[in-house]
Design a binder for this molecule. Structure first.
Ligand code: 5HY
Length: 247
């Protein structure tokens, strides 16, 4: 299958790293195309960043629509923990679109009665809280914890940063009485296995979870419903810099 992996921020190194993490778990028949918007924030750490990044996700789904259309089992992953532009992307293609937060919440809920989220900037915790409610996981998510590690600091993550995330996860497991950890940033994907070994509990990276869920939907020949609110966008002109995004 063809898998379009969208890093909604505009940091090439993160796009490459996320692509590597996806290919590390992808099935042999899965071709991963890792992309990022032509505009937008270098990292996504708040509501304003998310808003602009969502338009960038829509842009990338439009740009790569012909590639997706060439495979009846194609899929899309939005590789940012705020799942920016998820509903818009689901309108813009009939390929399944999986956000890494939603994917991680589902996977964690199969492994423990309660999970905790450990993320980057504390100010972004409310975004994850909104997603927990939007997706209906309020009975399973026991806590969301920021580390105040900037997203781009994960690009040069050494033992000190890794230990900081490990400590935050250990504290979350005790405080929340949870049984699993969800990593709250696509940039943490490469840390997942080490953290799982150190913590001794399931640690879920949303990038890997989303890739495998997209493959599962493809294997079951399941695609986004075009009946109702995920029908293709209504034809209309867009103006200014957004003109190419119109239908
Ligand atoms: C992410 N930001 O996964 C989120 C993490 C966050 O640029 N990629 C980003 O803190 O919301």
């Amino acid at each position: 299958m063809r898998l379009l992996l969208i890093n909604p921020n505009t940091t090439e190194a993160m796009t490459t790293g996320i692509g590597d993490a996806a290919r590390a778990v992808a099935a042999p028949g899965t071709t991963v195309r890792a992309v990022q918007p032509s505009f937008g924030p270098r990292s996504i750490e708040g509501h304003y960043d998310e808003t602009i990044a969502a338009a960038g996700v829509a842009e990338q789904v439009r740009v790569h629509a012909p590639w997706l259309a060439g495979d009846p089992r194609a899929g899309v992953v939005i590789a940012c923990f705020g799942d920016p532009g998820l509903d818009a992307a689901r309108e813009a293609t009939d390929a399944p679109v999986i956000g890494i937060a939603e994917a991680a919440f589902h996977m964690a809920s199969l492994l423990a009665t309660g999970f905790s989220v450990v993320t980057t900037m504390t100010r972004t915790c409310v975004i994850a809280e909104h997603l927990v409610l939007q997706y209906g996981f309020e009975r399973r998510c026991r806590g969301i914890h920021g580390t105040d590690i900037p997203v781009l600091a994960l690009e040069s993550c050494g033992e000190e940063t890794l230990a900081q995330i490990e400590d935050a996860a250990r504290a979350a497991l005790a405080r929340d009485r949870s049984g699993a950890i969800v990593l709250g940033c696509a940039g943490m994907a490469a840390l997942c296995r080490t953290l799982q070994q150190r913590l001794g509990v399931p640690v879920i990276d949303g990038v890997a979870a989303a890739v495998k869920l997209a493959e599962s939907l493809a294997a079951l020949d399941l695609r986004t419903s075009k009946h109702g609110d995920y029908a293709m966008p209504l034809p209309k002109r867009y103006t200014g810099w957004a003109e190419p995004l119109g239908w």
